[in-house]
Design a binder for this molecule. Structure first.
Ligand SMILES: CC(C)(COP(=O)(O)OP(=O)(O)OC[C@H]1O[C@@H](n2cnc3c(N)ncnc32)[C@H](O)[C@@H]1OP(=O)(O)O)[C@@H](O)C(=O)NCCC(=O)NCCS
Length: 146
């Protein structure tokens, strides 16, 4: 079984946020702290951290309830050296399982253009173009029935 759980210790929370920052914010020159969201600490937000054999963070993601019976996945990130090896799939499937347990019937997300084929492979469909992050990263609204 993959070693996926919410971060449990201060060191795991640090690894969780560091991977988020390194993959999703640092390459665009964003300041440290920009990887954190106000509702991260909300009790209904579900966090997933996949740890490698040496305890390093390989994959992260989070889920929050966004509307009636609907959840939203955000902040999916896989360590560059672990991409393309099934880590993203495991993190997303963990969040989908959590969504089902919470009684949610649909997941939506805003996918970076480069990640759209990954989400399509996992059963998501593009609904419409959405925002452009940092002026350069086009996103697409995608959804999946659970
Ligand atoms: C997008 C991302 C989360 C995917 O995670 P990953 O671990 O690399 O993907 P996986 O290895 O789990 O891929 C799962 C499946 O999707 C496919 N897939 C993944 N990326 C793909 C791509 N760019 N094009 C086509 N297929 C892709 C894989 O081939 C695999 O298919 P398979 O089950 O038939 O083998 C990861 O690459 C990443 O962090 N990228 C940079 C940050 C980012 O864009 N995050 C998403 C923000 S919305």
């Amino acid at each position: 079984m993959p070693n996926i759980s919410p971060p449990r210790t201060p060191a795991e929370w640090e690894a969780y946020y560091h991977l988020r920052y390194a993959v999703l914010r640092q390459p665009w020159g964003q300041p440290e702290g920009s990887e954190r969201a106000e509702d991260d600490a909300h009790p209904t937000t579900t966090h997933a951290l996949l740890l490698g054999p040496d305890g390093q963070a390989l994959g992260v993601g989070r889920l929050h309830p966004s509307a009636d019976q609907q959840g939203q996945v955000r902040f999916m990130a896989v360590h560059p050296q672990a991409q393309g090896q099934g880590v993203g799939r495991q993190v997303l499937e963990y969040l989908e399982a959590a969504a089902r347990q919470q009684g949610l019937t649909e997941i939506v997300l805003h996918a970076r253009q480069l990640a759209v084929p990954f989400y399509e492979r996992l059963g998501y469909a593009v609904v419409a173009p959405s925002h452009t992050l940092f002026g350069t990263v086009p996103h697409f609204l995608m959804r999946k029935d659970l």
